[in-house]
Design a protein around this ligand. Structure first.
Ligand SMILES: C[S@@+](CC[C@H](N)C(=O)[O-])C[C@H]1O[C@@H](n2cnc3c(N)ncnc32)[C@H](O)[C@@H]1O
Length: 283
């Protein structure tokens, strides 16, 4: 089979499975199997594939046709210009989370003290992107998923940032002693359990449930993080938290004025508030 035939076959199979952008995905999957980029495939579309390559291509096509996310098949995702290993034990890093990272980097780079904490590290994309862009920063980060922590540790090693991050198994702050932090960042599981069924099949059937939902109304873990962050931050320290598109009002109501000041809602490119920012009062 030539590359051109394989691409046609793959695109057809993915189209039948209702995978959007089926031609592009088929090309990316074939590129992954033979270790070449899409430009190479176009330039060499009359090249004959070996039997092993065809077998491996069919195997990955079948996985994608069953709606397994592309990133779990290839085992990686780019985030903030860095490559992260991903497995089905971690949420696939999302482009919208880069907003939170940008604000965290900007904040820490303007401060002398640069010790931050992340709740729910997952793949490590948030903490490691911050560490890579803020010289002399250090981090403590936790997660309740042991398997996610293994992925985060591997990503820290791959990026050479392991000396500046401590990664712990922890329910919110339970296994952390740190106080006087300059920043707390988090992208908590904020989807309400009742909304899981309405998510894309790739998300609801393949990404870890513990990364998506608190198994309640989506505000349970957010509430605990806001409550516990107050005693962990230094006066004047900042909390940056990603939230769901419809959560800005209830989350703002949790930020009591005697504890928090300068509460901001940071919008995404569509103008929807997706990150809440609050500074711990100095009094
Ligand atoms: C939405 S994912 C975010 C992962 C990663 N930080 C990112 O932005 O891609 C939420 C993460 O929080 C973790 N998590 C869920 N409940 C937790 C809890 N009670 N304490 C700490 N981490 C928790 C999940 O295992 C998951 O890795």
């Amino acid at each position: 089979m030539m590359i051109a035939d394989a691409l046609r076959f793959g695109a057809q199979l993915l189209a039948e499975a209702a995978i959007p952008e089926h031609s592009k995905e088929a090309a990316s999957l074939l590129g992954f199997v033979i270790g070449r980029d899409r430009a190479y495939l176009i330039a060499h579309d009359d090249l004959q594939l070996g039997a092993k390559e065809i077998e491996r291509f069919e195997a990955v096509l079948r996985r994608r046709a069953s709606h397994e996310p592309f990133q779990y098949i290839v085992g990686k995702q780019e985030f903030f210009g860095l490559e992260f290993k991903v497995t089905p034990d971690v949420l696939i890093p999302r482009p919208e989370t880069e907003i939170l990272v940008e604000h965290a980097i900007d904040w820490l780079n303007r401060r002398e003290a640069r010790r931050f904490c992340e709740i729910g590290i997952g793949s490590g994309c948030i903490s490691l992107a911050i560490l890579a862009n803020v010289p002399d920063s250090t981090c403590i980060a936790g997660d309740v998923s042991e398997n996610a922590l293994l992925v985060a540790v591997e990503n820290a090693l791959r990026l050479g940032l392991q000396q500046r991050i401590k990664i712990v198994l922890s329910d919110i702050f339970a296994s952390m002693d740190e106080r006087g932090l300059d920043l707390i960042v988090t992208n908590p599981p904020y989807v309400a359990l009742k909304d899981i069924g309405g998510l894309q099949i790739e998300v609801r059937e393949h990404e870890p449930l513990v990364a998506l939902t608190d198994r309640g109304n989506g505000l349970g873990i957010i509430r605990r993080i806001i409550h516990d962050s107050a005693e962990r931050l230094a006066p004047g320290g900042r909390l940056l938290m990603e939230i769901g598109w419809d959560q800005s009002e209830p989350v703002q109501a949790m930020l009591l004025p005697e504890v928090w000041q300068r509460i901001d809602l940071i919008p995404d490119l569509q103008g929807i508030p997706r990150v809440v920012s609050a500074i711990k009062t100095s009094d």
